[in-house]
Design a protein around this ligand. Structure first.
Ligand SMILES: C[S@@+](CC[C@H](N)C(=O)[O-])C[C@H]1O[C@@H](n2cnc3c(N)ncnc32)[C@H](O)[C@@H]1O
Length: 413
């Protein structure tokens, strides 16, 4: 029987269908071990992560963290990543909680508490959290506003949330195939999923789903296919819809987890005739326009704060506070020395970017400053001479736009 609930207004039925879906198709597929993951999280990575969410605060690693809709392994991963933190994982699905309990036992994770609880009921935890991670969850709720509001209610005033929701334009093919499956009454039994996977081989080569089938790791497993194409409840947010979603819950946008794809001054758009028109727009409208121009974003991943948060420190290259910023390299960055554009001594890119036009060429002079980044010295210390200031400003702001560095701005006067 199809698990699709035709009347989306029937919130309880949708919630029930979503929960039943994840009991049968836990996602992501359960992991037997997190050994490699644990090894990959060094102190450097933790510091870069902290600067992403709290650039203005001195480094701390003992924050309280809620992983909301934690799935099969995310809460265990977060607890291993932050061994000094107190981590709480909640999920409606018994299977997800059970899989996480297995990981907790296997890796003797002491700093993780798990509860089978809906995001919408997060206030029942009776406490608040400095950090909330909620990725791939709210777009599956019958009332995402209610879920986000509940998370806002358990976020401390200066807390930071990592929120990921689906984006519509890059998922157009997914929604077409969801509708197709619904029309055929395709459910999510193992044989139905197998038949669906086999039928997708007949999809025309230029169908909007094709690029995702080819490139997105989520579609390589039958579990991923079910999660994408047979989900009983799934909506997506364009940039303006995301900003409205946040505002309705008393939250505000902080930054994109990876910002270069949203910025008109990064990638191919930077050399297009529209760059000036785009950069004249307010930031949120720039993001909205670039989302339309890129046309293929499948998700938005953002750092989000309470609108009433006491501190409003943002990274900014206005004035000269930036001279006190300590640049910290992001872990997924690489430097390339082959096939360079004319005049470049190197090109830096971030492996997390899916768009191939997002790379930053460095001149020999810029490369010397880049190589001097050690996570300890401020920009002013890396480039102490007044004659270097403009070069340093252009370089470090560019590195920040292109997701090469984050800043520890806590040493500001
Ligand atoms: C696509 S998975 C994402 C899991 C995890 N956040 C990650 O990124 O790996 C969605 C998860 O949300 C859970 N979920 C769905 N509705 C929920 C709700 N109302 N409250 C809590 N968890 C929910 C599902 O059980 C599932 O484990």
């Amino acid at each position: 029987m199809s698990e699709y609930v035709a009347n989306a207004a029937d919130g309880a039925a949708v919630a029930q269908a979503v929960s039943a879906f994840y009991e049968r198709h836990p996602y992501p597929p359960p992991l037997a071990t997190l050994d490699r993951y644990r090894r990959s999280w060094t102190e450097d990575r933790r510091r870069a992560d902290a600067c992403l969410f709290w650039p203005a605060e001195p480094y701390r690693d003992e924050r309280s963290i809620l992983v909301a809709g934690c799935g099969t392994s995310q809460a265990a991963r977060v607890a291993l990543r932050w061994p000094q933190a107190q981590v709480t994982g909640i999920d409606v699905s018994t299977t997800s909680i059970e899989e996480t309990v297995k990981l907790k036992r296997k890796h003797r994770i002491e700093n993780l508490t798990l509860r089978q609880l809906a995001v919408e009921q997060a206030t029942e935890l009776g406490r608040s959290f400095e950090h909330i991670v909620c990725t791939g969850v709210l777009h599956h709720l019958p009332d995402p506003d209610q879920g986000l509001q509940a998370l806002r209610d358990v976020l401390t005033p200066d807390g930071a949330m990592h929120l990921m929701v689906y984006a519509p334009y890059g998922r157009a093919g997914v929604y077409m195939l969801q509708d197709y499956c619904r029309r055929l009454g395709i459910g999510s039994t193992a044989s139905e999923i197998r038949d669906l996977a086999a039928s997708l081989r007949a999809l025309p080569p230029d169908h909007p789903l094709r690029p995702l089938l080819r490139n997105a790791p989520d579609f390589r497993s039958e579990a991923g296919l079910a999660d994408a194409l047979l989900h009983p409840q799934d909506r997506a947010y364009s940039v303006p819809q995301l900003f409205d979603f946040l505002a309705a819950a008393g939250l505000e946008f902080g930054r994109w987890v990876r910002q270069a794809p949203y910025l008109p001054q990064c990638g191919a758009l930077a050399s297009s005739p529209h760059r000036t028109l785009l950069t004249r727009l307010p930031a949120d409208q720039q993001y909205a326009a670039v989302e339309l121009f890129r046309g293929t974003m499948v998700r938005h991943s953002a750092v989000v704060h309470r609108r009433d948060r006491p501190s409003r420190d943002r990274v900014s290259f206005e004035g000269d506070r930036w001279l006190g910023y300590v640049p910290v390299r992001l872990p997924d960055t690489v430097m390339v020395h082959e096939k360079l554009p004319p005049g470049a001594a190197a090109v830096v890119l971030n492996k997390g970017h899916t768009y191939t036009d997002i790379y930053l060429p460095l001149s020999a002079q810029q490369k010397r400053l880049f190589d001097a980044i050690d996570g300890k010295r401020s920009i002013g210390e890396i480039a102490p001479r007044a004659a270097q200031r403009e070069l340093a400003k252009v370089l470090f702001e560019g590195l920040w736009w292109y997701d090469q560095v984050v800043f520890d701005a806590s040493l500001q006067p």
